[in-house]
Ligand binder design. Structure first.
Ligand SMILES: CC(C)(COP(=O)(O)OP(=O)(O)OC[C@H]1O[C@@H](n2cnc3c(N)ncnc32)[C@H](O)[C@@H]1OP(=O)(O)O)[C@@H](O)C(=O)NCCC(=O)NCCS
Length: 259
């Protein structure tokens, strides 16, 4: 089946108009129509956005397989970022930002002491399927991490799949809205691919930059309590927030909870 036909089938299968899809992935309607008419193939980031929008893997979209339910690729594009799994050769970039005492301690972990320590973190903490490297397209460098940290204050419950969002960014990139941009894509992935019902996020008292990210993402305040910060050997007042699937889809102009 050709690309245009597959695209049309996916769109019609979801009951979407061409305009809805074009708007959701941020391209002019005319461009989208050209893809359905096989008048040209989308460039890579548009291709990723289409696969993400229809929640199919890229091979399916390209007509190379009929397995549409295989997990979507763990590569997502936003305006300024490529979100992808970490690799061993990211260790120098991770060390460059994680050695800075302004980054880890406010999030509850000590600065990295060496590239080999960063590599260890890449292979353990960052190797989880819900964790993404934030690669700045402009430079090709990894500037941070964003993703699901496998836990939250009420404990994972099989009847209500949920998880907690965490993030950290190189200090020289702060204040440009990059974490919010990355987290939006990752939240979408969490609800659509991991089928989370509730996503948690918490920050320690005084971390106003993180508080602003949480607020801008549309999380709702739940409660605060003192928690252990094991890697730093202290206890801190922690503020917890949640975002439900319903709230998330309610924020989006053209999506529904079934998607
Ligand atoms: C928290 C963090 C990820 C925010 O990322 P970011 O991409 O800079 O986020 P934003 O650009 O949306 O900025 C968030 C807030 O930081 C503040 N801020 C903006 N520019 C800043 C700068 N140059 N320096 C310091 N803070 C700044 C602003 O209050 C901003 O809120 P606003 O949008 O209402 O103005 C980042 O500061 C960081 O990595 N901190 C250390 C690790 C951490 O705290 N992780 C979270 C653990 S819960």
């Amino acid at each position: 089946m050709n690309f245009g036909k597959r695209l049309r089938n996916l769109r019609e299968g979801q009951g979407d108009t061409q305009e809805t899809v074009a708007r959701a992935i941020g391209i002019p309607l005319r461009n989208y129509q050209r893809f359905e008419h096989n008048e040209g193939l989308p460039r890579f980031e548009i291709f990723c956005a289409l696969a993400d929008y229809f929640q199919v893997n890229m091979d399916y979209l390209a007509g190379r397989t009929d397995l549409r339910d295989a997990p979507p690729p763990r590569i997502m594009e936003t305006d300024r970022l490529r979100l992808r799994p970490f690799r061993d050769d990211d260790a120098p970039d991770v060390f460059a930002y994680a050695r800075n005492p302004a980054v880890g301690p406010v999030a509850g972990w000590p600065p990295h002491n060496s590239e080999s320590e960063s590599l260890e973190i890449i292979r353990t903490v960052f190797s989880k399927p819900g964790v993404f490297a934030m690669e700045l397209k402009e430079t090709g460098h990894v500037i941070g991490s964003v993703g699901f940290v496998d836990g939250h204050p009420e404990g994972l419950r099989p009847d209500c799949p949920d998880n907690e969002l965490g993030y950290a960014l190189s200090q020289d990139c702060w204040g440009r809205g990059l974490t919010t941009e990355a987290a939006r894509a990752v939240l979408r992935y969490g609800f659509a691919v991991f089928k989370f019902h509730v996503i948690w996020c918490g920050y320690y008292e005084g971390n106003d930059r993180s508080r602003r990210v949480v607020e801008k993402l549309g999380f709702r305040y739940r409660f605060q309590r003192e928690t252990d910060v094991p890697l730093m050997g202290d206890r801190r007042l922690t503020h917890f927030y949640t975002l439900t699937k319903e709230d998330w889809y309610g924020q989006l102009p053209s999506a529904s909870p079934g998607r």
